[in-house]
Design a protein around this ligand. Structure first.
Ligand code: URA
Length: 202
């Protein structure tokens, strides 16, 4: 399956593509220059049928070395935050907007996000979660297609098509802006409450 096929397939509904297929299409991707400096592609981890999917910005140093998202300091914060929502890492899915580390942890560039976008789109379509939690601005802008900042967007659920979307501060940003941690904690408690109020239908 080619990237164009994945990106352009109009009739593909939820879950008609598996994560394995998306990963296979990504292959040893060289669609943007980030491949030159990466150690590992960081595709994503978790339950392929998770109710809650988390989207971060892009791999940092530890993630690039280990090939897994949120395994460094930001990941420790994320694990604690998951606890506040009553969630375990194994029952959610975690991915990033870009799958390869931008050198020196710089922001991903628009053309890098664009090149990588079919893969996140297809991951979302495959998992078909009820809630997408956007960790920081890059994820919020990707999912909600807005330019509004995370400070304005956070603290409440948004809706886009099938998905409820909760934008929150990035867990790494709260390590530098300690005053943001309280907002993150509040938003993850809000997520936990939302999940209680919307029991899974099956
Ligand atoms: N920050 C991110 O946005 N993603 C990761 O996987 C790790 C840190």
């Amino acid at each position: 399956m080619s990237v164009m096929h994945i990106a352009g397939h109009k009739h593909q509904g939820p879950r008609e593509v598996t994560l394995e297929e998306v990963r296979a299409t990504l292959g040893n991707c060289e669609l943007c220059p980030l491949w030159e400096t990466r150690n590992n592609i960081v595709f994503g981890v978790g339950d392929p049928h998770a109710r809650v999917m988390f989207v971060g910005e892009g791999p940092g140093k530890n993630e690039d070395l280990q090939g897994e998202p949120f395994v460094g300091a930001a990941g420790k914060n994320l694990d604690q935050l998951l606890g506040l929502a009553g969630l375990k890492r194994e029952e959610v899915y975690i991915a990033n907007v870009v799958k390869c580390r931008p050198p020196g942890n710089r922001n991903p560039r628009p053309e890098e996000i664009e090149a990588c976008s079919p893969f996140l789109r297809e991951q979302i379509r495959s998992i078909w979660p009820d809630v997408i939690v956007c960790l920081g601005n890059f994820a919020a802008h990707f999912v909600l297609r807005t330019d509004q900042g995370i400070t304005t967007l956070r603290g409440r659920f948004h809706q886009t098509g099938h998905f409820y979307v909760l934008p929150v501060f990035h867990p790494a940003a709260a390590l530098y802006h300690r005053e943001w941690q309280q907002y993150l904690d509040d938003d993850f408690r809000l997520l936990g409450q939302w999940l209680k109020d919307h029991p899974k239908e099956d």
